[in-house]
Design a protein. Structure first.
Length: 446
């Protein structure tokens, strides 16, 4: 990867997420009794969630984040974002029973939620889910969290299942079929996944009963293809898409390669050569990883000595260039099971009457956002209820970053306003203020 992103976002990449999840490692994370969202008197709420094995991840509502590593003395020290650089913050947890923490000297108390774990059947699978509601008896909006293409458990990894309820919004999280506690065969077939999302919606409403207010979807990465499709099949009150795409999976890789060319300052001659590689990659994908390797190998031999070649990454092409045909013929069809390479999301978006919020990173190299933003703004101009928010200097996952000496990107934090924007839209179906540095067009302009 050209950027160092959070592990859950690496595995939630769009077309490539399945390959990354399998190769990045899936070591089980030991349950930790300190996981939860904590309330503080003098600072924003902080969520403590699982990180890499043996570590924890903290997230403030303002988007700041860091990794926690336990010291021999029993307390925890933090690093800034995913940079690996110490930020000077120290964290001490009391006993598991107390539910308290001291974060950089400030005392905090774990927020209590109404939590219901469940399993629900959909076609040939039984999915494991969890409804998390704020304490109380009144109606609350509920958001169904639709996963990306990861192989890991959303119930273990997703901080939003706690962050939303801490602000008064219910959340329903579930493991994708074939992952975590869910049965069934893993797939990236969007219609199957949309069917699962609709079943999750029904289960959330059943469990919430009279407490269910506005109900809709939040989908990240691959979920940006699934959530609108599910909402078209069965309308909801809102759809929030984060770092998703309004182009096909195959076009995603092509756009990523084109962005590699332009952001490294190369011109039309290099672009033409890079598109030859994109075409060769597409041929392999269209053959379900069985054919086309000789063509790609010939291009690699022809261009690998040219300076631009090693700047070409794409979303999946780099894997095809790095792995042997023998490995890919076996692993590819399993890891990319059911991916509709030529799926065009535009007919769904043109016919969807549900209010939508799309949040994009301007500098996303895994899922380039420029064409998606252009298409969405055209739909808005045609009268669709779509708000488009683009955060400058933000990567896939809506993470700000710094650039290391070798050119790699190190994620530092999420932008201030990102979480508040989603919360406002979930509550009201519109945006009512400015949100940090986001450039917003559409139903509400700021």
């Amino acid at each position: 990867m050209p950027s160092k992103l959070p592990a859950e976002l690496l595995t939630a990449g769009l077309l490539l997420g399945a390959m990354q999840a399998a190769t990045a490692g899936n070591a089980a994370i030991e349950p930790n009794c300190h996981i939860g969202t904590y309330h503080f008197a003098q600072q924003p709420d902080i969520d403590i969630g699982p990180g890499e094995p043996g570590k924890l991840r903290w997230r403030r509502t303002d988007g700041t984040t860091g990794e926690l590593t336990r010291t021999p003395g029993g307390d925890w020290v933090s690093t800034r974002g995913w940079t690996g650089k110490p930020d000077g913050l120290h964290v001490t947890f009391a006993s598991c029973e107390s539910g308290t923490v001291r974060f950089d000297g400030s005392p905090g108390t774990r927020v209590a939620f109404d939590v219901t774990d469940t399993k629900f059947a959909v076609e040939d699978a039984v999915l494991a889910g969890r409804l998390v509601l704020p304490k109380g008896t009144g109606k609350v909006p509920i958001v169904i969290l639709i996963h990306g293409s990861e192989h890991d458990s959303a119930r273990e990894d997703y901080a939003l299942q706690r962050q939303f309820p801490a602000s008064g919004i219910g959340a329903f999280v579930y493991d994708k079929r074939g992952t975590g506690g869910s049965t069934g065969d893993y797939t990236q077939d969007y219609l199957v996944l949309a069917t699962d999302a609709i079943a999750a919606l029904h289960e959330a409403k059943r469990l919430a009963s009279a407490r269910a207010g506005r109900v809709g979807y939040q989908g990240g990465s691959q979920g940006g293809w699934v959530a609108p499709l599910a909402a078209l099949v069965e309308p909801v009150d809102f759809v929030v898409v984060c770092f998703g795409l309004a182009v096909s999976p195959l076009q995603e890789d092509r756009e990523a390669i084109a962005l590699d060319v332009t952001r490294h300052g190369y011109g039309p001659e290099v672009m033409a050569k890079a598109m030859e590689i994109a075409d060769a990659s597409a041929a392999i994908l269209n053959s379900n990883f069985q054919d086309g390797y000789d063509r790609l190998a010939a291009l690699r031999t022809r261009y690998q000595s040219e300076p631009w070649f090693h700047d070409i990454h794409g979303d999946v092409t780099w894997v095809l260039l790095a792995q042997s045909p023998e490995e890919l013929r076996v692993a590819g069809p399993k890891l990319f099971a059911g991916v509709p390479l030529h799926y065009d999301p535009m007919p769904v978006l043109r016919n969807l009457k549900v209010p939508q919020l799309w949040i994009l990173g301007e500098d996303d190299v895994d899922a380039p956002s420029a064409e998606t933003a252009r298409r969405l703004r055209a739909l808005t101009a045609a009268g669709h209820e779509i708000s488009v928010a683009v955060f400058p200097h933000a990567e896939h996952g809506i993470y700000e970053y710094e650039t290391a000496a070798d050119g790699t990107r190190l994620s530092t934090r999420q932008p201030d306003g990102y979480l508040r924007m989603m919360e406002d839209f979930i509550r009201h179906g519109s945006l009512e203020r400015a949100y940090g540095t986001a450039v917003i067009t559409g139903a509400t302009d700021h």
